[in-house]
Design a protein around this ligand. Structure first.
Ligand code: PLP
Length: 465
């Protein structure tokens, strides 16, 4: 029998990039001009044409400890030699219990019960299901309404898009969760332009929850879900006092408060969790991304003990208490990666690295770009920054795309949401590397500024995503 190798893609008249349907990507444009990343180390990516890029995004705010950490690679390697997989339902393995305990140790207050998922979206679905199951378990099944917020991004599952506040992510899909309301977003106040850290104005936006309660009755609302800082759509930081006010209203009406910390957790804003930095403790926290440094996919929903107990105690002894789970919940390799990642965070003090002197250094660099006329707003917290560019009047989003493409050419990977360029570098970045990152960004913004002279019209600040 002859063993012929299959024809190459070119011989078969196919494009090697055809088969892969890329997520959240203009597939046709990408495949006409692919931008490929082939390796990574520390804060750098290497492209297929051998260029080194600063990862100004930390892989979508995921790789907080830097790329290709040997400690995580070794932990995964050791684990896969010992136990590659164990069924998650009705069987246990030590790594899942160990990692859950470690997470409970770093979670605030009595949020000490951990449900593992495989992504942030699944962590959100899990949190919403926990909230509904809890209300039912305590005899309040009529509390089946969920409250999200405009401009929020909680992922792509049907639960996540229902509580998110983004039209584009829903419009192709007609079926959404019923009984969902949205708070207004907190962005766009002229008084908050060029703010450093938490903006001072806007705590009153929380009062919109009272309006929703007034319309539907508090006794119909199970939970409110917000991101302490919305990142995916352009860095919108909760104004001072806003989260406190939401907490107070939820307490008064016995409504659960969920913080989506898929990005804001794990040191992104200079603390273990944003809720610790902002001093407002929710009832449920969702995590993913930096949970395992994104070396392997994983998410987690961390819940107050009494919520877990209430759901458990409502079921018969020996019965399954919560009808939910994923085949690869608490996967041994992901747990091993997560434990090694936590060790790195402890050894290198990464939880607080984006605070104090380093945060100030980053902040000064961000606001150092204020002289560029094209920039109509800047904001920062921890290692998160947004550069809000005045859009080209006839083509919103074009300036953002230009900045991403030009930075890529000159050695910096960043992200744009419309005309808002966003930085979220790995927490391990040094001052010298921060300097390099901002030198490239300044060069690109100045080039763009010069190409669009005469002076741009002074447009109203608003949200473009
Ligand atoms: C705040 C937030 N929640 C949830 C998600 C969804 O996470 P995943 O893409 O892992 O499903 C994201 C993703 O960017 C996010 O930013």
């Amino acid at each position: 029998m002859s063993h012929q190798s299959p024809p190459s893609y070119e011989q078969a008249g196919k494009n090697q990039h055809d088969a892969y349907w890329m997520p959240f990507t203009p597939n046709r444009a990408f495949k006409a001009d692919p931008r490929m990343l082939v390796s990574a180390k520390g804060i750098y990516y290497t492209t297929s044409d051998g260029r080194k890029l600063i990862d100004g995004t930390a892989g979508h705010a995921s790789v907080n400890a830097g790329h290709c950490r040997p400690e995580i690679i070794t932990a995964i390697h050791e684990q896969v030699k010992t136990l590659d997989y164990a069924p998650a339902f009705r069987w246990g393995h030590p790594r899942a219990f160990e990692f859950a305990n470690r997470l409970a140790d770093i979670a605030p207050d009595n949020l000490n019960r951990v449900f593992f998922t495989n992504s942030g979206s699944e962590a959100i679905d899990t949190a919403l299901k926990v909230a509904l199951a809890y209300q039912q378990a305590r005899g309040q099944a009529q509390r089946n309404r969920l409250v999200g917020r405009a401009l929020a991004y909680h992922g792509v599952s049907f639960g996540a898009i229902s509580v998110s506040g983004l039209g584009d992510n829903r419009k192709q899909f007609s079926a959404l969760l019923p009984h969902v309301d949205h708070l207004p977003h907190t962005h766009g106040l002229a008084e908050n332009l060029f703010s450093h850290g938490q903006p001072q104005h806007g705590s009153h936006f929380a009062d919109a929850l009272e309006d929703i309660i007034h319309i539907h009755g508090a006794e119909t609302i199970a939970a409110v879900i917000v991101e302490p800082v919305t990142v995916a759509t352009g860095i919108f930081i909760a104004p001072e006092g806003y989260l406190q006010r939401l907490r107070e209203i939820c307490n008064r009406h016995d409504i659960l408060l969920i913080f989506d910390e898929v990005i804001t957790g794990f040191g992104r804003i200079g603390a273990r969790w944003a809720c610790e930095r902002f001093n407002v403790i929710p009832d449920i926290i969702t995590s993913a991304k930096a949970l395992t440094n994104s070396t392997l996919p994983m998410g987690a929903t961390i819940v107050r003990e009494e919520i877990y107990e209430t759901i458990n105690n409502s079921a018969q002894q020996h019965a399954i208490e919560f009808f939910h789970g994923y085949t690869t919940s608490g996967h041994p390799l992901a747990c091993a990666a997560g434990i090694a990642n936590l060790d790195i965070f402890a050894q290198e003090k990464l939880f607080t690295r984006a605070s104090g002197e380093m945060e100030k250094y980053f902040e000064d660099k961000v606001h150092g770009l204020r002289d560029i006329e094209l920039i109509r707003d800047l904001r920062n917290i921890g290692f998160l920054a947004a550069f809000d560019l005045t859009p080209q009047p006839d083509q919103v989003g074009k300036h953002g795309q230009y900045v991403v493409a030009e930075c890529f050419k000159r050695g910096l990977l960043l992200r744009a949401a419309g005309d808002i360029a966003v930085l979220s570098p790995p927490l391990t970045i040094t001052k010298a590397q921060i300097d390099d990152m901002f030198a490239i960004l300044r060069e690109v913004l100045q080039t763009l500024q010069m190409s669009i002279q005469p002076t741009l019209p002074n447009q109203e600040v608003g949200c473009l995503v």
